[in-house]
Write a protein that binds this ligand. Structure first.
Ligand code: 2AM
Ligand code: CA
Ligand code: CA
Ligand code: CA
Length: 268
């Protein structure tokens, strides 16, 4: 399927930033790194990639606003459109030379997510989705969430909050409860990649707490367009507001949600 003009804009920005990340990944020990919080690092590579994406998107769509991890909010003249961008999702992996990290770009129109792109420049896997048009891998393969219906057979991805971050103890209980029911649990370290792989049917489900809009926005469009269901951990549509997310094929949500929720009622 030929990419739309909008998706071409997003792909150009992502590929250019991807080349910058790939160069920096090859010389990772020389990068300047600073610490934003407990186990929360940011490097010159994050900033370089974000600068490239910012300039490219601004050039192509001058009025649009931005919400970017490193820049924060940038108001646009056009109040109906906003880019939501994580220039490097999986910085910890990146800094450890683990090739699991992504660029995540989403577009919001009148408060609705309408397009998402997730790109791993190392594997050169580019995931794209537009509302109502489906989700694709490298512009060719149509993405479908996994068809598995039995929780016992599933491989479920999650993110592990650092012990210094909110929700760490609750997460341990959720993990224990989930492990009782599934075939396997995985953790890539990039929430955007987890969502792309859920859209691709590699993971049957993904849940995580306390994420930021830029970790999830593109992935939400991707999973929905791959036929999946995305909610917060109470089953509502407030992921971007409260940071908690569950993405599945829909059938599994009914089984997995109560399992994860059971951890909220249990004492440590
Ligand atoms: P990042 O690499 O862009 O910071 C994985 O669990 C997700 O949580 C990723 O989206 C990652 O995004 C984010 N993350 C990982 N460690 C973090 C930390 N210490 N503080 C805040 N966000 C973190
Ligand atoms: Ca970060
Ligand atoms: Ca992130
Ligand atoms: Ca980031």
């Amino acid at each position: 399927m030929p990419a739309s003009a909008l998706m071409n804009v997003m792909m150009t920005a992502a590929r250019k930033a991807g080349r910058s990340l790939s160069r920096d990944f090859g010389e990772v020990e020389q990068l300047q790194v600073s610490v934003k919080g407990p186990a929360n690092f940011v490097s010159a590579a994050d900033h370089r990639a974000e600068d490239i994406i910012y300039k490219e998107l601004l050039k192509a769509r001058p009025g649009y606003g931005f919400l970017m991890e490193e820049r924060g909010l940038v108001e646009g003249v056009d109040k109906t459109h906003r880019w939501i961008v994580d220039p490097l999702d999986g910085t910890t992996n990146f800094l450890h030379s683990i090739p699991l990290f992504t660029i995540s770009i989403a577009l919001e129109r009148e408060g609705q997510l309408v397009a998402g792109l997730i790109y791993n420049p190392i594997s050169d896997e580019l995931y794209t989705a537009e509302k109502g048009k489906g989700a694709f891998l490298n512009d060719r393969r149509r993405l479908r969430v996994a068809a598995r219906r039995n929780l016992n057979d599933t491989v479920v991805a999650t993110g592990i909050p650092h012990r210094g971050r909110p929700g760490h103890k609750l997460f341990r209980r959720e993990l224990t409860a989930t492990m009782e029911h599934v075939a396997g649990v995985r953790r890539t370290g990039s929430a955007a990649l987890d969502l792309a792989w859920t859209a691709a049917g590699r993971f049957d489900a993904f849940w995580e707490r306390n994420l930021k809009p830029w970790d999830m926005a593109a992935g939400i469009v991707m999973v929905r367009e791959a036929g999946g269901l995305v909610s917060d951990l109470s089953g509502a549509d407030q992921m971007l507001e409260n940071g908690h997310i569950l993405a599945t094929n829909g059938t599994l949500a009914k089984e997995l949600l109560p399992v994860i929720q059971s951890a909220q009622d249990t004492a440590v």
